[in-house]
Design a protein around this ligand. Structure first.
Ligand code: ZN
Length: 307
């Protein structure tokens, strides 16, 4: 499961354990990671990063959003690289300032740690997962549309892509024509399939897909997957759009049939969670259920307005 994959010589995808990934960008002047994976394997991520950085400092952490499987490693990385600057959406900055969100990050770190490490390993790491100073989980600088982070010969453009969360950001590398679409645009799972998770707005999600498409990227690096090679970028965005609409339709149909949120959740778990391809568990079922509840609430609220 753990691996380092060279997408390009200076762009390396690091998977320190199940459920989270991180891409290291080695610019001629500065270095950055996109996302930090989950907290339970942040120690392994740091080991890999140190090897790949080969003595260079880590300058930036860019966050696609504030969820525990993307930002879980922030505290550990800020502890290890005290000079690093964390860049994320203004909304993510506000999220990390809330005691409730900080608690939830620690709680989900434990849930995932138990699942992926096993009880014995988990017990050894439990304290490190939860007992870190709150200021280590932070955003130093808010970035948004039009934001550019220069790493020397590598440049990162920021695209706001809300829909999965309000703080979702996608990143585009113009020289490489490579895009890192946020989870709003979904997670590629092979073939012509993308898992979508829209928690804050379907219309916003569709606009976000188009905002990414407009960059005319040639290469797509999908969250939890890596470089997509079996479909083109254009097809990727078509598939994402189709999946977002299909999920919307799936829930809307059930809402109009009069199903309760609990019924819709049970069916979604059966249709999407239990039917997911392979046995590759990338997140605890609880995380899936939390997300699905938000999607269902969104469709129900919309349905009530439509009357
Ligand atoms: Zn997420």
């Amino acid at each position: 499961m753990e691996s380092v994959c060279r997408i390009r010589d200076t762009i390396r995808r690091i998977v320190p354990g199940k459920g989270g990934d991180c891409t290291l960008l080695l610019g001629s002047e500065k270095t950055a990671v996109i996302d930090t994976g989950m907290a339970y394997c942040a120690d392994r991520l740091i080991e890999r990063l140190e090897r790949e950085l080969a003595g260079r400092p880590l300058n930036y952490i860019l966050l696609t959003h504030s969820h525990y499987d993307h930002a879980g490693g922030v505290a550990a990385l800020c502890g290890r690289f005290p000079q690093v600057q964390v860049l994320a959406a203004a909304h993510a900055k506000r999220v990390f300032q809330r005691a409730g969100a900080q608690r939830e990050m620690r709680r989900m770190a434990q849930v995932a740690g138990r699942l992926f490490l096993g009880e014995e390993e988990f017990e050894k790491k439990a304290r490190a997962l939860t007992e870190y100073p709150q200021e280590l989980l932070r955003v130093d600088r808010a970035v948004g549309d039009g934001g550019v982070i220069s790493l020397g010969d590598l440049t990162v453009q920021v695209i706001e892509t809300p829909g999965h969360t309000n703080c979702s950001l996608s990143f585009f590398l113009p020289q490489q024509r490579m895009i890192f679409p946020s989870e709003t645009v979904g997670c590629y799972i092979g073939g012509r399939r993308i898992d979508v998770s829209v928690l804050t707005g379907f219309e916003a999600a569709l606009r976000s897909v188009e905002a990414c498409r407009q960059k005319r990227a040639e290469f797509v690096v999908s969250p939890h997957y890596g470089l997509v090679t079996s479909v083109s970028a254009e097809e990727y965005f078509d598939i994402a759009r189709g999946e977002i609409c299909a999920m919307h339709e799936y829930l809307r149909e059930r809402f109009y049939r009069g199903e309760s949120a609990e019924q819709m959740l049970a069916e979604s778990i059966r249709d999407f969670w239990e039917n997911r391809s392979g046995d590759d568990e990338q997140q605890p079922q609880e995380a899936f259920a939390i997300n699905m509840r938000a999607t269902i609430a969104l469709v129900m609220a919309e349905g009530r307005v439509d009357g």
